[in-house]
Design a protein around this ligand. Structure first.
Ligand code: ADP
Ligand code: MG
Length: 390
């Protein structure tokens, strides 16, 4: 189905579609472990069955043409292969083009030119990592087409490198790692300090993962995100003067409580508290899921939200309203903001048979509070990047 759909889009844009190949890479939702991935802590995301697709075909010359069905009035962006100048910071194609740039930096040159058509079925800018999805897709696709021999971990690191250095978005490794390493019905418990990871089955049986999009775009996101990174780093540096630690993730709650006075700035102290406690919550949540204890998992999700709201201060009133409404509902085990913050989505675990009531209650109350709708998606943990066959 998606193969045909992508072939049709390709044909619409480039005239005909003989011999195209279609590739996919997923978006992700982070169940718990937020703003820990650049603080040396753990994260616990899963890849989604939603993500980004590309139809691609070689050209005889060195031209790289890109089109996205998601960009309104979408024109074809055209570049000579090897031209890595950034013409416009805001252009969406900087994401996939940055990956080509990063490949080139590693001496991995494309074989020829390409025509590419992208389409994503993941809401953009909502904290479900459409950016990592289009990056990992691009890396995977060229790895297949040009035989670069990169591992999935290599691809995740390459995509993070390109987002950091080409797009100048100082993201951690979680998004790209989750997209590249996705596995059906599994969440990924990742230690971001070492990149050691384990899969944990999400056996929710009569429960589902429900994502609620506040439809508040995280436009403040990138500047505030960088500010949080600097505050955390400053707090870490204050602790490091006395303690032998590599990252905030090295501390447990008791150690943090004992030494927190070393951080003089009260704001920086709160940021560090979140990073330390959130890391420990994530480890506990992983263990709870392994035991099948969804009640405990949900409780930790809620604690995570409170900490992101009060200590890390990356929530917003619309998201807090959704969490508050969710907490009023029978059948909601846990609910929290997910993604970078300042808008975007909440993730929750809910009873499947109460899902419709929950959606209708939160939906109508949210509309009353803010004057516009939230969107709801029930999602499944999906696999990593792959070629899609016809
Ligand atoms: P998130 O990763 O949470 O969805 P970001 O702001 O990090 O939000 O990334 C969103 C950006 O990624 C979009 O503004 C766009 O530039 C790019 N992008 C992602 N998917 C697509 C797509 N299918 N087509 C075009 N651009 C895309
Ligand atoms: Mg992103």
């Amino acid at each position: 189905m998606m193969y045909q759909r992508m072939k049709d889009i390709f044909e619409k844009v480039y005239g005909e579609s003989e011999g195209v190949r279609v590739f996919f890479a997923p978006g992700r939702v982070n169940l718990i472990g937020e703003h820990t991935d650049y603080n040396g802590g753990h994260v616990f995301p899963c890849a989604l069955t939603l993500g980004t697709y590309a139809a691609v075909r070689e050209r005889d010359d060195g031209l790289i043409r890109m089109y996205s069905e998601n960009v309104t009035g979408g024109l074809v962006v055209e570049r000579e292969s090897g031209d890595y100048k950034i013409y416009n910071r805001k252009l969406w194609s900087n994401y996939p083009y940055g990956v080509i740039w990063a490949l080139d930096e590693q001496g991995k040159k494309l074989n020829c030119g390409y025509d590419i058509a992208y389409y994503g079925n993941i809401p953009g800018g909502a904290g479900l990592s459409s950016s990592a999805s289009i990056e990992v897709l691009t890396a995977y696709m060229f790895n297949e087409l040009c035989g670069f021999g990169l591992s999935l971990t290599d691809m995740a690191l390459l995509c993070q490198y390109s987002e950091n250095n080409y797009n100048r978005m100082n993201c951690g490794i979680m998004d790209q790692f989750a997209s590249a390493m996705g596995r059906e019905n599994m969440a990924i418990f990742l230690d971001t300090a070492t990149l050691e990871y384990e899969y944990a089955p999400i056996e929710l049986t009569d429960k589902v993962i429900l994502i609620i999009n506040s439809n508040v775009k995280h436009s403040l996101g990138s500047s505030k995100y960088n500010e949080r990174r600097m505050e955390s780093e400053a707090a870490f540096n204050s602790l490091k003067e006395e303690l032998d630690i590599r990252t905030l993730g090295d501390l447990d709650e008791a150690e943090f409580d004992k030494y927190q006075h070393l951080i003089k700035d009260p704001v920086e102290r709160k940021r560090a508290k979140h990073a330390v406690y959130e890391n420990r919550r994530t480890i506990n949540a992983y263990n709870a899921l392994k035991r099948g204890d969804i009640e405990e998992f949900g409780r930790l999700m809620l604690e995570s939200h409170m900490s992101l709201r009060d200590d890390y201060q990356v929530s917003c009133k619309e998201i807090d309203r959704i969490v508050e409404l969710g907490m009023n509902c029978d059948g909601v085990y846990g609910i929290r903001i997910t993604g970078g913050g300042f808008g975007g989505c909440c993730v929750s675990i809910v009873d499947e048979d109460k899902k419709d009531d929950i959606i209708s209650y939160i939906g109508s109350e949210y509309r009353k509070s803010v004057g516009y709708d939230a969107d709801f998606y029930t999602v499944l943990a999906g696999g990593g990047p792959a070629e899609v066959k016809g």
